[in-house]
Design a protein around this ligand. Structure first.
Ligand code: HEM
Length: 449
């Protein structure tokens, strides 16, 4: 493609987009008298304050204090939305069929979501995860060896954690070590992670506009010569090739009557080819998930660990001592239940530094959102439920919810793992699948890992 063609194609996409956006905004309903901070810009709304501030939450946690656990915000192009941190409201939105994913086409498992989800579940039972323990130990050993062999005074642990989590995902999910993914895939993967960790104002606009593009335009944009897009394209291409190769190996082995391996890919392929699954899923559908299953757990796990260790290095010695006294003298048995500080450190890290702090949802019909705590409208009325109209946009503010006073005990803004040592510190109705945290969401889209 020459530069003129790219220029005209991009201009056409921009024009169509502007038109669609205009139509969409015209039909948008913004019915609420819920107060919120004034918007600093029509084009960007509050988005740069939320997503581009030097430290996550600089503005958001201040708004939480001033406006309470539900307030109104502007996204790009004057889009009105409700920022929701109220526990009952979050629980309701995550579980109710009245709300769906926001228009952005980022449905992790694609259109056969429910079938794939129930198929993938076999890899995430308690028994399956216990079997993965040697793999996790190997990943930890790899990081430890890197540290010991390095003469540097300070090491950036983030790429190491990313490679270790990718290795663990590769072994548990595909049944192959990270070497089988190839150097190209690993290098491209690090580049993808670096790109996903850096956002600009331009990205905010692209995301805002992209939410209204029909799927065919999205597909067309996948061919644009932009670094972020070409890195993703390459990752998908390499992953499909690796997945296809492993799938053929596995199916040949099954045809020869060999035992089915225990990794997720083998179990899934066995189920699809033996007709054990009540679905139309084919080998290709499984192969198409290779990139997703490798990446879904990698980035949030690595980023969460990285944040905790980087922000609170003062805990590292105590954690190391606890781990060393529990690793079973080289027997390979790790007594996780005997490591209360590690457990508390991980939970407190998840609470204060969720890797994904915001999720968007849309009301699919007129409905009512209940609140755990009443809020005061701009007309002075106190309400304990919010009526919303079809099309209302909502943002689930996970990081704000996980700082709510008085739910999380004393000084909820402070990193203090000891709050977990006496059991869960959360006071209120149960929320979320794990320790009342919403890092893993809840309801039908709960994280599988
Ligand atoms: C700290 C670690 C993790 C966090 C915070 C996390 C969080 C999440 C969240 C929020 C979602 C929902 C995304 C959405 O619907 O937009 C999700 C989905 C998913 N996660 Fe995790 N995750 C973690 C680790 C893992 C691991 C280790 C695995 C697997 C090896 C994994 C596998 C998945 C899969 C397959 C989905 C898609 C589920 C679906 O679409 O129904 N996650 N995760």
């Amino acid at each position: 493609m020459d530069s003129n063609t790219i220029y005209y194609a991009t201009s056409c996409v921009a024009l169509v987009t502007a038109f669609l956006l205009y139509l969409r905004l015209r039909s948008q309903n913004t019915p609420l008298n819920i107060p919120g901070p004034p918007s600093p810009s029509y084009i960007f709304g509050h988005m740069p304050q939320i997503l581009l501030s030097p430290r996550y939450g600089d503005h958001e946690f201040e708004w939480l204090r001033s406006y309470g656990s539900v307030y109104r915000l502007k996204k790009c192009f004057g889009q009105d939305r409700l920022m929701v941190a109220d526990p009952l409201a979050l629980q309701h939105i995550l579980h109710s069929p009245d709300f769906c994913l926001a228009p952005l086409p980022k449905n992790v498992l694609g259109s056969e979501h429910r079938e794939l989800r129930s198929a993938l579940n076999v890899g995430f039972t308690a028994a399956a995860v216990r079997n993965y323990q040697p793999v996790f130990q190997k990943a930890a050993q790899m990081i430890s060896d890197e540290f010991e062999s390095s003469s540097a005074v300070a090491i950036d642990v983030c790429p190491l954690l990313c490679t270790a989590t990718l290795g663990a995902a590769s072994e548990t999910l595909l049944g192959h070590s990270i070497q089988a993914l190839g150097e190209d895939f690993v290098a491209n993967n690090l580049q993808m992670l670096a790109l996903s960790g850096s956002q600009s104002k331009g990205d905010l606009l692209i995301e805002a506009i992209g939410a209204y593009l029909p799927k065919w335009i999205w597909r067309a944009t996948m061919h644009l010569p932009i670094t972020a897009v070409s890195t993703l394209r390459k990752g998908k291409h390499l992953a499909d090739r690796i997945g296809g190769r492993i799938a053929r190996e596995r199916i040949d082995a099954m045809k020869q009557g060999l035992d089915v391996e225990t990794d997720l890919f083998s179990v899934l392929l066995h189920a699809t080819t033996s007709g054990k699954m009540k679905t139309e899923l084919k080998e290709n559908d499984v192969v198409a998930q290779t990139l997703i299953v490798l990446l879904a757990g990698q980035e949030p796990t690595a980023r969460t660990l990285h944040h905790g260790l980087r922000m609170h290095p003062d805990f590292q010695d105590k954690l190391r001592a606890e781990i060393h006294s529990n690793v079973g003298g080289g027997t390979g048995n790790v007594a996780y239940d005997n490591m209360p500080l590690l457990d508390a450190f991980i939970k407190e890290t998840l609470r204060l530094y969720p890797a994904m702090p915001l999720f968007d949802r849309v009301a699919e019909q007129d409905t009512i959102i209940p609140l755990a705590e009443s809020i005061t409208t701009s007309t002075g009325e106190s309400i304990n439920q919010i009526p919303v109209q079809k099309g209302q946009l909502l943002t689930l503010a996970i990081a704000s919810y996980q700082r709510l006073a008085p739910h999380w005990g004393k000084d909820p803004l402070k990193f203090d793992p000891s709050r977990w040592l006496e059991g869960t510190p959360y006071k209120g109705d149960a929320v979320g699948p794990y320790a009342n945290l919403l890092n893993f969401l809840g309801g039908p889209r709960t994280c599988l890992g």
